[in-house]
Design a protein around this ligand. Structure first.
Ligand SMILES: Nc1ncnc2c1ncn2[C@@H]1O[C@H](COP(=O)(O)OP(=O)(O)OP(=O)(O)O)[C@@H](O)[C@H]1O
Length: 955
């Protein structure tokens, strides 16, 4: 597609200029109807061969009527010492007057130019002036260009071009050498001498500046832009300091300039009134303005046409690799229909020296290459233009008239043979250069011929083929309007042995004659209008033809494009389908894998969850068992405590009873009882005592039985003893009573203590009852929590579809709840249960966290999978893009291949036509090489494509 677009764009670009393919000069030479040119010469008054035959110089009057608008000078180069030593002087012409020469054909020269021997024998050719070998550079300037400088200052444009075979002295004439400046440095010197201090703006005194735009327009620059333009010139000059010495030498050696100043206004008036009717409209004001009122801006540009490509010689050359890199410039039409070079640097200069330095800088950049004939031969046409902008009002300059003086140093014409075989290095380049040079010179000649034809035959005017070469495009403006053209034909007496130069001379003579006759501006207005009308018609016809051709090519291209597009689309569709299928397949596989993986993960997750639940249930069961055990222990402990409590109660009751009993028995009775006991005990003692006394008296004297007195005495004694004993007993009794009282106090204290203990136990019992109540509440809460837990487990079990373990766990929890409900009195048990419940809750949280974690992981995996999918998609896109690029490249290559095949075929046919033409053979070889390289490139691209596809498959 791009290829097609490029081709269309190329066609579009080619359309305004429409250069024809460059012909091979040898072939064209062969085809050119030289006989018809001779025919013209016969009709022309300069056909001196007929004149000589008739013995009169019939051409003289016409020869002297050469137009002021077009002058042809002939300059003969002196032979160098080497040429003299080599005996190369051929006496091929004789100067037979100040304005004519007679050409002598050498006897050993081969037939040239299709001329009959009788025609070749001697010809006289007339020129505006003939400069022989002894003419100096200064005389040359005065005789040729001095007037053009004057006219330039009057606002007329002029062209000077040197024409001749290579090494004929063209560059010497235009540029000269250090001590012999040519017409160009002299013209610059003369121009600046005449301008003097009337420059509108200089770097020292910057002001507004007018810059030439296109061919004949001028634009006003601001002070800043003017300064920038001067800086550009300065920077360029600084980069080439080597040229300063030569430029100074040139300016010092060009002291012969004439100041036209005093005559400017009058000359201009005469000039515009007599010769430049059409231009007086434009520059009429300029002519009438006194020269002292005028201000000037001088700009220069330097271009070269090398192999039909225009380059800027003032562009700093950038060296890239082995070859310098330069920008190819376009030739365009301006508003007035004149050709100009778009993008060509035009630099302001303020002195002849600066301008000369730019000439030298440009010359340095010019393509020069060694040839057989000249070691510094110009292989390109160079055009140095002095652009003068004249401002008519020095006080308020607001309008600028542009006039140009262009020095065109044409490349020397050379035969293909000499060019090809002469140089050892770059023979093909030389051959191509020669072909290009000769082709453009041939076009120049055809332009002049056509101009002459149109002048002589206004009714059958032809299109002047200015467009056919860049050279003729660029000099075309000087062949119309107020333009003046000066041609300097350079020849030398030295001829090459093979007679090629003779042919060249002949061509030169023919051109010279034709130019001399081609006073193109001498037509009447009607003739000119007619001519223009005819030309317009021809142009229209040509344009129509061109359009038709373009349409045809367009149609072909469109058809080709459509075919290629459909082919590409088909292939693309096919590839797309394949890709789609492949992608779908991969996608399915990946989806399956993904589903399997997710199923696996889900199963694992379920399994793990069930296991976790089982574990959890087992733990809970174990805990419940433990709790039951602890509950049993707590119960037995509670029973023991109950027993203890009962004992304690019994004890308390007993103590109460004792206390009550103790309180009910009076102390006196107890004492009396005690006394009685004591009395009994005393009686016992008295009895035992009496028994003991009776036994003793009986034992001593068998005393008489006791009397009453005695008995009373004894009784009194006994009573005395008894009272003593009573006293003792009473003391003992008191003591005993005190002891009793003490015991009663102690027992009362004990009783109080027991009462306190009882109260404490009662309180304790109440507290325990309270605690039991709390424990019951806690157990109820626990049971509720357990039921919640059970329901959650059930829910989880439902979620996992694991109803059985969940049911089991629910049962277990029920049991737990049931067991817990029965816990009433054990606080520690409740606490433990609470702790377990906490643990269970914690485990539940852990479980939830793990589930969350697993879900998160699952989500991450899904995201990862999506990212991978996206990446896969991207890679697919990339692969598609790469494959489409590769496709496009492939197409391009195919296109190139086709083109090359066409070229090959055309080259082949060319070879058939002129099998001996080694140039075509060379071209053919190049084409083949190119074809091979492109085939290699194509296969490399194929490999690249395959590699890409492989990578795609891998991806
Ligand atoms: N009138 C002359 N007087 C003295 N020497 C001259 C004259 N004309 C040319 N020459 C010398 O002849 C040689 C070739 O001249 P020049 O380079 O000008 O040829 P050319 O026509 O420009 O060649 P090409 O087209 O190959 O560039 C140079 O060394 C030059 O100095």
């Amino acid at each position: 597609m791009d290829q097609v677009k490029n081709t269309l764009a190329e066609l579009q670009n080619k359309r305004p200029n429409a250069p024809q393919p460059q012909p091979d000069v040898d072939k064209l030479e062969a085809e050119l109807p030289l006989q018809s040119i001779r025919q013209k010469l016969r009709f022309s008054s300069l056909d001196v061969s007929r004149s000589e035959q008739t013995g009169s110089v019939a051409s003289a009057s016409t020869a002297h009527a050469v137009s002021d608008r077009m002058k042809i000078y002939l300059r003969v180069r002196p032979l160098t010492e080497a040429e003299l030593a080599a005996g190369e002087e051929k006496h091929c012409f004789t100067i037979d007057g100040p304005k004519s020469i007679v050409a002598n054909a050498s006897a050993d020269a081969p037939p040239a130019g299709h001329l009959r021997d009788s025609e070749r024998l001697s010809h006289r050719f007339a020129f505006s002036r003939v400069f022989n070998e002894s003419v100096s550079q200064s005389q040359m300037f005065d005789g040729t260009v001095a007037d053009l400088v004057k006219q330039l200052l009057q606002g007329h444009s002029g062209l000077v071009f040197s024409y001749g075979v290579t090494s004929a002295g063209k560059t010497h004439t235009i540029q000269g050498s250090g001590d012999q400046p040519g017409i160009l440095p002299r013209a610059l010197k003369s121009l600046f001498d005449n301008i003097g201090d009337r420059l509108l703006s200089t770097p020292a005194q910057p002001g507004c500046l007018f810059r030439p735009d296109s061919f004949s327009q001028a634009v006003q620059l601001s002070r800043g832009d003017a300064e920038a333009a001067f800086k550009k010139t300065k920077a360029l000059l600084q980069s080439y300091e080597a040229g300063e010495a030569v430029a100074t030498a040139w300016c010092n050696n060009s002291r012969d300039s004439v100041i036209f100043d005093s005559r400017l206004s009058s000359d201009a008036a005469v000039d515009s009134s007599t010769t430049c009717e059409s231009d007086s409209e434009v520059i009429g004001d300029a002519s009438s303005v006194p020269s002292s009122q005028k201000r000037f801006c001088v700009w220069v540009s330097y271009a070269e046409i090398y192999n039909e490509v225009v380059y800027d010689l003032l562009e700093p050359i950038v060296q890239r690799g082995r070859k310098p890199s330069r920008t190819a410039l376009d030739v365009r039409w301006d508003k007035t229909g004149k050709f100009y070079i778009k993008g060509l640097r035009c630099l302001p200069v303020c002195s002849a020296q600066d301008a000369c330095r730019l000439v030298l800088l440009g010359k340095q950049n010019q393509s020069v290459a060694a040839t057989v004939l000249n070691q510094q031969s110009s292989r390109s046409h160079s055009l140095f233009a002095v652009r003068l902008v004249t401002c008519l009002d020095k006080e308020a300059p607001n309008f600028g008239l542009v006039s140009s003086l262009t020095f065109c140093d044409l490349a020397g014409s050379e035969s293909q043979r000499t060019a090809r075989y002469g140089a050892n290095i770059g023979a093909n380049d030389r051959a191509r250069e020669a072909c290009s040079i000769n082709s453009s010179l041939l076009t120049l000649r055809r332009c002049i011929e056509t101009l002459q034809h149109n002048q002589q035959n206004p009714k059958s005017a032809r299109l002047v083929p200015f467009r056919e070469s860049k050279l003729t495009q660029l000099i075309q403006p000087y062949f119309s309007g107020s333009g003046r053209a000066t041609m300097i034909v350079n020849i030398s007496r030295c001829a090459n042995s093979d007679g090629e130069d003779e042919q060249q001379y002949e061509v030169t003579y023919v051109d010279a004659n034709e130019f001399e006759m081609a006073d193109i501006a001498q037509c009447s207005k009607e003739e000119m209008l007619k001519l223009i009308g005819d030309l317009r018609q021809t142009v229209q016809q040509q344009e129509e033809e061109m359009e038709e051709r373009e349409m045809r090519i367009r149609r072909e291209l469109i058809a080709e494009r459509d075919r290629l597009m459909s082919e590409v689309e088909e292939r693309f569709e096919q590839q797309l389908q394949e890709q789609k299928e492949l992608q779908e397949e991969r996608h399915d596989t990946r989806l399956r894998e993904y589903l399997d993986t997710s199923q696996r993960i889900s199963d694992n997750l379920k399994k793990r969850m069930v296991e976790a639940h089982k574990r959890k249930l087992a733990e809970l069961q174990a805990k419940i068992d433990r709790l039951e055990e602890q509950l049993g222990e707590a119960r037995s402990e509670a029973e023991q405590q109950d027993e203890q409590l009962e004992n304690l109660n019994n004890k308390v009751e007993k103590l109460e009873m004792e206390l009550a009993a103790a309180q009910s028995v009076s102390t006196k009775e107890a004492i009396e009882a005690e006394v009685n006991i004591r009395v009994r005990r005393i009686g016992d003692m008295h009895r035992r005592l009496a028994e003991s006394a009776d036994i003793s008296s009986l034992a001593r004297s068998h005393p008489p039985p006791p009397t009453n007195q005695h008995r009373s005495a004894m009784r009194a004694t006994l009573l005395k003893n008894d009272s003593f004993l009573v006293h003792e007993l009473e003391a003992e009794l008191v003591e005993e009573q005190e002891n009793r009282e003490r015991q009663v106090g102690a027992m009362t204290a004990t009783l109080a203590c027991s009462q306190e203990m009882l109260d404490g136990l009662r309180m304790e019992r109440e507290l325990l009852a309270e605690e039991l109540k709390t424990a019951r509440l806690t157990v109820e809460e626990q049971a509720e929590t357990i039921s919640q837990l059970r329901s959650r487990i059930e829910a989880l079990g439902h979620a996992e579809q694991g109803s059985e373990p969940a049911a089991k766990s629910a049962d277990a929890i029920d049991n737990e709840a049931y067991t817990a409900k029965n816990i009433e009195s054990d606080q520690s048990c409740c606490q433990m249960a609470n702790e377990h419940l906490k643990e269970a809750a914690k485990a539940d949280v852990d479980l939830e966290e793990r589930v969350e974690c697993l879900v998160q992981k699952l989500r991450e995996e899904m995201a990862d999978s999506k990212a991978k999918d996206a990446k896969l998609e991207e890679m697919n896109e990339q692969v598609l893009r790469i494959s489409s690029q590769a496709e496009a490249q492939l197409q391009q290559l195919n296109q190139q291949l086709l083109e090359l095949k066409d070229q090959l075929e055309s080259s082949q046919s060319g070879v058939d036509a002129s099998s001996k033409s080694s140039d075509l053979v060379e071209k053919l070889r190049q084409s083949e090489a190119k074809l091979e390289s492109i085939s290699a490139e194509s296969s490399a691209k194929d490999e690249q494509l395959l590699e890409l596809r492989r990578r795609l498959d891998e991806a």
